[in-house]
Every structure is written in C-alpha cells, then in structure tokens.
Design a protein around this ligand. Structure first.
Ligand code: GLC
Length: 817
C-alpha cells in the first residue's frame, strides 16, 4: 500500500496536471434568490444563474450562466418580448410561471424546468439529476426523453426524418461529397421539434459556437443539447401544431421575403461556363429548344485570377453588354462571390480591406490569412457594420453591370478543408468575440452583407442571393443549397430530406445541385432529378468542372423532352409557387412540407421507405423515387387524393403501388385543393396571357386558398401594391367563392378558367357564376396538364376534365353548381 502511495506522489511530481485536469460535471445548484423585472425572472443559484423571459404565450426563453449574463445580442432573433398575460406562484421549493398557453414549473432545490400544458401534461422536462450543467466551459441542458418521442428539424443534417437515436454536430464545414450519415454540414440551425403523446414543442438554442444535439444517441437516459462555450440560451416553443411551432420559430428568427419571380424559374449552372461565348450559346440553346429558363450562373472562372469583384478581361471583356444580351433573351445572370480576398498589390478590394481594417484579425492585430481559390487570402469581418457596408458597395459594381443574382460560396469559412484557428478576433457588432463563437454565423452575415448591398443599389429591384453556409435567420436574406452532393440516386433522395428538414427549420428557399455536383449522372438519374427539381423551392442544376456537360439535351432526346415538360409544368405552376412564397413570408410555412407538418401523428410517414415524401405547397404530394424504379410504393396519408397525371382518385391512409416509369414522377393532389396555374411561358419575362386557371379538386372538406400576386420584381408590395384574394371551397353548399381583391396591384389575369377535377358532368350541369348560367365543357385532360407538359403521358384512366371560363372583375364572385 505504502509503495503505491509513493508511486502516486512520484507521478504527481512528474505529471503535475494529471489530477483534476478534466473538470467534472458541475450543476447549476439550488435557488438562493429570485428577482423579477417585467416579463423576466432571474434565479440566482448556488453555482450560477438562470433567467426566464416570456416572449409570447407560447414562447419562453431560458438563459443560464455561471456569472453575470453577457450583453443580450443575437444575429438570429429579431423580436423583443411581447406583452402578455402571465401568472406567477411562489411556494416553498416551487415557482410557477403560467401564460395562457403553457405553464413552466420550476423546482428550486435543485433548479429544474418542466413545461406543462394547461391541463398538466408534461411537454418537456429537464433531466431531474442534471438539468443544465457545465463540463468546463461546455454548457449542456439535459432533458428527459419522453416515451416514444420523435425529433424533427435541425436544418441541413442527413439521416432520417425522425432523428431519435442520432446526434447532430453544428459546425459549419466545407464537406464535399458528404454522405448520408455525415453530421458536419455547411449550415447550422440549432432548432428541433420534439413530438410525443400528440404533443409538439420546439427548442431553439441560440448559441452559435460549436454545438451538439443528441436525441437519445449513446444514452437512452436523456436527450441533450450542448454548446462549447458561452451561455445556455434557448427558446422553448409550444403550440398545438408543428405549423404553429414553425410559425413561432420564424416569428423569432424572421421569414423569407418574397423572392423575385424570376428566381423561381429554372436555373442553369455549371462550374464553369466560359468564355462569354459559351455562356451565351448555352443560354441561346435553351431558347432554341424551347426549354424554359430564367437564370444562368457564372462560377469562379469568370474572375481575374479568382479575385472577387473582378472579371477576367479576356473571357468576359464586356460584362454589361453580356448581361444585356441575356436580358434580351429573358434571362438573369448570377455570379459566384467567395469571401476570400486575394492578397495582391494593386487590387483595390484587398487594399481597401487592409487600409480600413475590414478583415478578420489575429489577437495581435495582424490580418488572418488562409488559402483558398485565389491563393493566400484575407477574409472580411462581416460581423463588423463597416465591413458590411463596404462589401455592399462592391456588390453594387456587379449590380451596375446588370448582375442580379449573387452566389456566396466557401463561407463556412472554407480554407482547403483546414481549420481556421479559433483565437481570431471578430467585431461582433461592437461586442467583440472570437472565431469560436462567430464561425457558424460567418456565412449568414456574408449573405446578409450581400443582400443588403444588392437591395440598396438595385434601384428598388429584388436581388437573388444564394449562400452555402448559414445560421438560424439566414432565411431573411438568402436562399441556400445543400453544397457538393454526388451524382448518385441516394444523394438525390438525401437532398430531398435535407430540403424538407430545412423547411421544418424556417428555411423555405432551398435547393440542391440537380444532377449531382461530383460524378456523372446516368441518363435515368439525371432525368429523375430534373423531375424532382421542378418541385423544389429552388430549381437549379449544377455540376463540377470535370464532369461531362449536363444540360438537358446532353442526355438524349427522351430526357430532353421529359426535362422540357417538367420545367414547363413548373412554369405553369408559378402562380401557385409564388403564392406559396407569399404564404411563407407571412407564417414561415415552407414550400417543401415534410409530411410531419400535416400528418405529425401518423407513424407511417416516418418509415424510411416513405420519409422523403412531402407536400409541395399545400396541395401537391411528391413521392421522390429513384430513376431506376419504374414501379414504387407510395404512402398516401389521411384524406383523399388524385393522381396528378390522370385524376384517378385514391383513398388515403394506404400504401399504393405507383407507376414511376422514367417520365412519371409520382405526384398526387389532395382532394379539395385549389391550384392556380397559368399558360406555359419560357421565361417569367414572357407574357403569361390573360387567363388564370383555377384547378378545383372535388373533396368532402371545405378549403380556403389565398391567391397572391404582385409585380414579381420590386418591393412595392411592401406598401400595399399587391393583389390578394381569398378563394373558398364549400363542398356542402356546392360553391366556390372568390373574395373581393385586396391591394392596389392589378392582376395580370382578367379571365378565370375554372378546371373541375373529380366532378361528373351531371354534378355541374347547372353551374352559375354570380347567378348567371354557364356551360361547362369537357376538355382534354391536357387542359390542365397541358400539351407542353404531360398531355400524351398515358394511358390515362380519365381523359377529360370539365372547364368553364368567365371574366373576372375582382369583386366577390360566387360559383355555384
Ligand atoms: C464549391 C461549391 C461549388 C462550386 C465550386 C467552385 O465546391 O460548392 O458549387 O462550383 O466550389 O466554385
């Protein structure tokens, strides 16, 4: 025994830090004192402090710190607490804070939080033993796993729709060719929803340092979320529906402004079209072949030695004339802009950055340099207001040349797959921090700088910004895409899940590299991907530099024909897509709606076989399937459905076997749906005619649809220059009502063609519009699916739909049958 004792003393002398080097778990402790001010309740404990702030009846913020709280600042959260009715009780050992929606029960010894419904059901509770505690600087909140609890959200993370049993690391990373299980992705959204016992809640941890969310992975005792430094700072959100939770989350972090309509058309990209002649001839080919398109991109090779805000003078001698030519073709140009500023003499962007001290710095005041495309670079500190304004002025130089799309890449920050050191100093809007806290918001603030600059200098026109990296709140400024995917069937389906998950996490405007970034897609993969892309919020094909050419005509006539039809169908659907973005700007509802939003408690939708199915907008169910499968199983959730191609009706809550031949992406329309469409155009700049096609699908349940239109390109809608109209379907009264229009904008359409799906001629033979009798005529089904889209895709079980046209004077109108 004595010998061992001496050995320990000896080891202690040799390795003095060994003992006690790694701190043990340190809990928050017991409540010593409670301070109340307005809607904020502060609990001083034996080992720190916690603060509860009521933001709204269903949103309660919790902060936990060892010492005094840091200044309250967030890039993500935009709002201040709302005044609302709160009741408090303070008894020995127990404190409660109740709003009209939720009760927070706070035990004092030790301090633990439990969120309850008004009828006393536990929604979410701290782990009784650990609550919030520290391991050194890391702060973790442990929650009790509820029986059968599912977890959805977390933005851009692979894996299953239900994240139970898995964990997500939030650490923005340039992770090319990521695979399904990969957990470090390009953007961070530390927000999830927990679902159990028909209850749903959300938790958003607003801490941008590296974090980990574990949903019962590696331990079935608790789920937890952990930040590597800083405060525990989370918002608990309760609502009876997932939709309501997304609404509250996007109330906190903001919503996507309505994008320019042209950014919702088809976008063609590749690394890289050059010289100018290649870009222009590619654009012209779309027009010659009547494949609709609105945008084309330039990747890094348009620049002079990868110096941002320059043009290669040989490849692109006259950018303004070039964008003019594109404009004549009804097309917009987007260019890539990375954050790395090449360290080069006589390069004004670099020189100004140095002279005005705009770059990220080491603690000793020297500029940080890292290597990326241009070689050694400095990096703008986008957390500094001065840098953002300066960046915006450089964005203006592109806008002045007619560029309207701005593509921010490599903003994780990517330095050839290496780590940018944590010790760098960033301005953090005057509060000063290190890269450790700033990394995950860097791309977000870059996209913000780009958006604010473009908005300011584009004469009242809406810009389009696309970013690879981001953090909660990015949706206010930018669209996002899922980075460097692979030309593989699995990646196509993974991409759908990523976009659905982004939609659950407040990000509506998302896309993926259609066709796959690395590798060469087979004909069937490319074809299927183009079909799915038509039903994504952002529809952009992109591929890497050493892949084969990947324009729709490069895969043979059949593929070209299919691509033309699906892109065409998307253009016909633009009134529906645009109104979907309007809806999203109001309540945060995404375009890609994972079935977990509307069918939350249906366990089949979480089945890996069906988990990537989604509703595109309120009405169209998309069942993504590999290009190699000509038959597939589709789960139709509760309700009644119509096959989009032939109007064949199906009862929901069943698995059906669907035709998924190469030209046939399984698509279904929910009974009772109202879907506005327009005639086919090849660019959003084309005249879309005077007729709005309102497709009504017979159903048992009443339905309401808000039609929305504006000029599609300016911000005038913010001051009432829009056209908005509620359309209500009442099957019991056999009636469709068009409400009086709101707003000062005059619709492009003056005629309504009502296309009736699922009705028999007998049912509608006495149809009237505002009391006047109308004749309903049978039309080929292509009337809806149209000659340019799916007309001759047979065999169809139903050859006809019924339609009736009438002028629209924007007043209330009643259609009765
Ligand atoms: C990155 C981007 C990719 C782009 C390439 C060249 O890999 O993710 O989209 O084409 O850089 O700029």
């Amino acid at each position: 025994m004595k010998r061992y004792y001496l050995l320990w003393i000896l080891l202690g002398i040799l390795y003095p830090n060994m003992k006690g080097q790694v701190p043990a778990n340190s809990p928050l402790g017991n409540v010593k004192k409670i301070e109340v001010s307005h809607s904020t309740y502060t609990f001083l404990t034996t080992n720190g402090r916690a603060q509860v702030t009521v933001y709204s009846p269903g949103v309660i913020r919790i902060r936990v710190a060892h010492q005094a709280f840091a200044p309250d600042f967030s890039y993500a959260v935009e709002v201040k607490p709302e005044a609302c009715h709160v009741q408090v009780t303070d008894a020995k050992g127990l404190y409660t804070i109740s709003t009209d929606s939720v009760t927070l029960r706070i035990t004092k010894d030790p301090l633990r939080f439990t969120f309850l419904t008004k009828t006393g059901e536990v929604i979410n509770a701290d782990d009784p033993a650990f609550g919030t505690s520290w391991l050194g600087e890391e702060v973790t909140t442990y929650k009790t796993l509820q029986p059968g609890e599912r977890f959805i959200g977390m933005g851009e993370h692979g894996g299953n729709l239900d994240r139970a049993g898995t964990a997500c690391v939030n650490y923005n990373t340039d992770n090319p060719e990521y695979d399904d299980a990969s957990d470090r992705m390009y953007s961070t959204i530390p927000f999830y929803m927990g679902l159990h016992d028909h209850l749903a809640y959300g938790i958003f941890m607003d801490n941008s340092s590296r974090s980990l969310f574990s949903f019962g992975a590696g331990s079935n005792r608790f789920d937890y979320f952990r930040a590597s430094c800083g405060e525990m700072n989370y918002y608990f959100i309760y609502h009876s529906t997932v939709k309501g939770i997304i609404g509250s989350y996007t109330w906190l972090t903001g919503r996507t402004p309505i994008p320019p309509i042209w950014s919702l058309g088809y976008q063609q990209c590749r690394w890289c079209y050059f010289p100018e002649a290649d870009l222009l001839s590619t654009a012209a080919k779309f027009r010659e072949r009547h494949i609709p398109i609105d945008m084309i991109y330039l990747d890094i090779n348009y620049m002079d030695h990868y110096k941002i805000f320059t043009w290669d003078p040989n490849r692109f001698p006259d950018p303004k004339a070039m964008t003019g030519k594109l404009q004549k073709m009804g097309m917009h140009l987007a260019v890539i802009i990375d954050p790395g500023v090449k360290i080069a003499k006589n390069y004004p962007v670099y020189q100004q950055g140095v002279d005005s001290s705009l770059f990220i710095k080491y603690p000793d005041g020297t500029n940080y340099a890292g290597q990326v495309w241009p070689g050694w670079c400095n990096f703008p500190d986008f957390t500094m207001p001065k840098t953002r304004a300066w960046w915006g002025r450089w964005v203006k130089t592109y806008a002045d040349e007619g560029v309207t799309g701005f593509w921010n890449d490599m903003n994780e920050i990517a330095v050839w797959g290496k780590e940018v050191p944590d010790l760098l100093n960033l301005n953090w809007d005057g509060l000063h921090t290190t890269y450790r806290q700033a990394k995950n918001v860097y791309g977000f603030q870059m996209a913000r700088s780009t958006y604010e600059g473009a908005k300011k200098y584009m004469d009242g026109k809406r810009p389009f910004v696309l970013s690879r990296s981001g953090y909660s709140g990015l949706q206010r400024y930018t669209a996002i895409w899922t980075g460097d995917n692979q030309a593989k069937e699995d990646h196509m389906l993974l991409g759908v899940r990523l976009i659905n998950s982004l939609g659950l996490s407040g990000v509506t405007f998302a896309g993926m590299d259609v066709g796959g970034f690395s590798g060469n897609p087979t004909q069937s993969l490319y074809t299927r991907w183009m079909e799915i892309g038509a039903f994504l919020p952002m529809y952009r094909a992109h591929t890497t530099i050493n892949s084969n050419r990947e324009e729709p005509w490069d895969f043979g006539e059949t593929c070209e024909d299919i691509a033309r039809r699906y892109i065409g169908f998307r253009y016909q659907l633009l009134p529906y897509i645009y109104a979907g973005f309007y809806e999203s700007s109001q309540d945060g509802m995404p375009l890609n709606r994972s079935l977990a939003i509307n069918y939350t408690n249906d366990s089949t939708i979480y089945d890996p076989e069906f988990q990537q199915e989604y509703l595109f907008g309120p009405s169209i169910l998309v069942a993504p399937v590999k290009g190699t499968e000509s038959l597939c199983r589709v789960y139709l959730p509760e309700g009644n459905w119509y096959d989009l191609f032939n109007d064949k009706p199906y009862a929901g809550k069943q698995v059906i076997v669907a035709n998924s031949e190469l030209n046939r992406l399984p698509l279904y329309v929910k009974a009772g749906s109202i879907i506005p469409m327009q005639k086919l155009v090849e660019s959003t700049a084309d005249n879309s005619g005077d007729t709005l096609f309102i497709n009504l699908y017979e159903g048992q349940q009443p339905n309401q649809y808000r039609y929305y239109e504006d000029d599609g390109t300016t911000y005038k809608y913010e001051s009432g220059h829009y056209y908005k109209r509620l359309i209500s379907y009442d099957p019991q009264q056999a009636m469709l009502t068009f409400g009086k229009k709101e707003g000062s904008f005059t619709s492009r359409f003056h005629v309504i063609t009502l296309v009736l799906h699922g009705f028999t001629p007998e049912e509608v033979q006495h149809l009237t519009v505002n009391g006047a009798a109308k004749t309903v005529t049978p039309e080929e089904i292509r009337f809806f699916t149209s000659h340019f889209a799916f007309a001759d895709y047979g065999p169809f079980d139903t050859k006809h739909v019924l339609s009736v046209s009438f002028p629209d004077n924007d007043n209330e109108m009643q259609v009765h049958w």
